[in-house]
Design a protein around this ligand. Structure first.
Ligand code: ADP
Ligand code: MG
Length: 469
């Protein structure tokens, strides 16, 4: 190949003589590595000819472009920074003037360390690690109690210092106390104001605690103390009950709730049930010890159990007595479930309306007579077939439902062999005889009063009693 000298004229720059003429060289020289490097070095000396972005980014350094890797890294950095700039713009647009802003910092491509130059002049870039809402820690006064010297001495009682300290201390008030947002304001709270605020907060706290206590206590009064409530929730959770609706009655020893029956695998549950919750407040049951203490069925366990567990015996006793009565086909609630001191049984009534007590039922004289005979028959069955004495038989513990008298409340019922069994039986008979309208009717009949007047006498009594429950 001929060695042909390649000569080139120096290009005329429209911007004047900024670019020096490239010296003429042979093609072989052009092709040589050495020349290429030399040209590269020369061109680096003139920033105007290099890529603008790279030099602007690294004004102090002259990037080494000999290695491809280095070049790629520089370009990548350039690309990442552009991405971050865009991110900042988007963040700014997203947050607008909102007081609560969302930081996109985690999406940044360039590590803040590498980007330290640019983050300095970016005012909008929020540093999320610094919480601007946190009150500055008040400066502690040194142990000696003052700072400064001579005229400039500041004691710990200094009004301004104390005011600032008090403002910062408001942070320690209970969360429910709204102390406002004094960010950026040099707030000073006088000792007097701070003290009365503090007093108010603590008395408020005490008051709310008292309210809480009272609430807990009052539910315990209604037998639904937290433990009982938990038991009831568990029944609903287990699906035994669909819903617990409301309270039918609160007595001295028990609270009765209406509930919608759920389902049990091995046993059908009526659609409507009642929960008889025996009260866990023990004083009432203390007076009724004799009904259970001397019942030979419970005598062993009674002596061994603590008072709280004895309450469960009452529920258990009612369950056993009801089961006996059901077997003898006496109209009474059917036992569904016993859980500690809660007895679940069928509901006597319809569509959430409980059957009225016999005392409240508005019955005509004929019906009353019929009811009276029903009661006599039930007492007989109870004694002969169930081997039981009700021991609290009255118009209050009999319900009138579907033309029948239903016997309820048999937790205190005992066997006739109970030391007081016959005494209780006598009392039951007297109660039924004296309270019954039928008895009044019979008495009047005995004295020669006719059927019509007897009826009106009975109706007159009905008018004085509230109907239903
Ligand atoms: P206490 O021991 O508090 O007297 P009771 O068993 O007599 O408890 O129930 C109190 C009241 O609750 C009853 O007068 C009755 O109105 C209602 N009640 C109790 N059991 C049922 C039931 N199975 N169905 C409908 N109402 C009931
Ligand atoms: Mg009762």
């Amino acid at each position: 190949m001929d060695r042909t000298a390649v000569t080139t004229e120096a290009p005329k720059s429209p911007w004047g003589s900024g670019t020096p003429a490239v010296p003429a060289c042979s093609l072989t020289d052009v092709m040589s590595e050495q020349l290429a490097r030399q040209l590269d070095e020369e061109s680096n000396a003139f920033p105007a000819l290099t890529e603008p972005g790279a030099t602007l980014l690294f004004p102090d350094e002259s990037p080494d472009t000999t290695s491809d890797l280095m070049l790629a890294q520089i370009l990548q950095m350039q690309f990442d920074r552009e991405f971050d700039d865009q991110l900042r713009r988007e963040e700014k647009k997203f947050n607008g003037d909102s007081k609560v802003s969302i930081s996109f910092e985690n999406y940044r491509m360039v590590h803040p360390y590498e980007d330290s130059d640019s983050s300095e002049d970016e005012v909008d870039w929020q540093d999320t690690r610094h919480d601007p809402y946190r009150a500055e820690k008040p400066q502690a006064t040194p142990r000696k109690g003052f700072t400064g010297k001579g005229k400039n001495i500041t004691t710990k009682h200094d009004e301004v210092t104390c005011g600032r300290k008090n403002t910062a201390r408001m942070d320690n008030f209970a969360p429910e106390v709204h102390v406002g947002d004094g960010l950026g304001m040099d707030l000073k709270l006088s000792n007097q104001v701070f003290n009365s605020l503090k007093q108010h907060c603590s008395s408020e706290q005490r008051r709310s605690a008292r309210l809480h206590e009272k609430k807990e206590h009052s539910t315990a009064e209604q037998a639904v103390d937290p433990r009982t409530r938990l038991l009831m929730y568990k029944m609903v959770n287990a699906g035994v009950l669909e819903n617990i609706n409301g309270c039918i009655s609160t007595g001295k020893e028990s609270v009765v709730f209406h509930a919608d029956g759920g389902s049990l695998e091995e046993q059908p549950i009526p659609d409507e049930v009642v929960l008889k919750v025996f009260k866990t407040t023990l004083n009432e049951f203390k007076n009724r010890d004799r009904y259970i203490k001397d019942d030979y069925r419970f005598i062993d366990r009674f002596s061994k159990l603590n008072p709280r567990k004895i309450i469960r015996l009452w529920a258990e006793k009612e369950m056993h007595n009801l089961t006996r009565m059901k077997r003898a086909e006496i109209p009474c609630p059917e036992v569904v479930l016993l859980k500690k001191h809660i007895l679940v049984m069928s509901f006597i009534g319809k569509d959430h309306v409980p059957a009225p007590k016999l005392k409240d039922a508005m019955l005509g004289s004929e019906v009353i007579k019929n009811a009276y005979y029903q009661v006599l028959h039930m007492m007989q069955q109870l004694y002969q077939e169930c081997n039981l004495v009700h021991a609290d038989l009255s118009e209050y513990n009999m319900l009138w439902h579907e033309g029948k008298v239903w016997l309820i409340d048999v937790s205190q019922s005992v066997e006739p062999t109970h030391p007081h069994g016959l005494e209780f039986l006598f009392r039951d008979c007297r109660n039924v005889a004296l309270q019954s309208d039928v008895c009044v009717c019979f008495c009047l009949a005995d004295r020669g009063v006719g059927e019509e007047e007897r009826g009106s006498c009975s109706e007159a009594r009905e008018e004085n009693v509230p109907g239903g429950v």
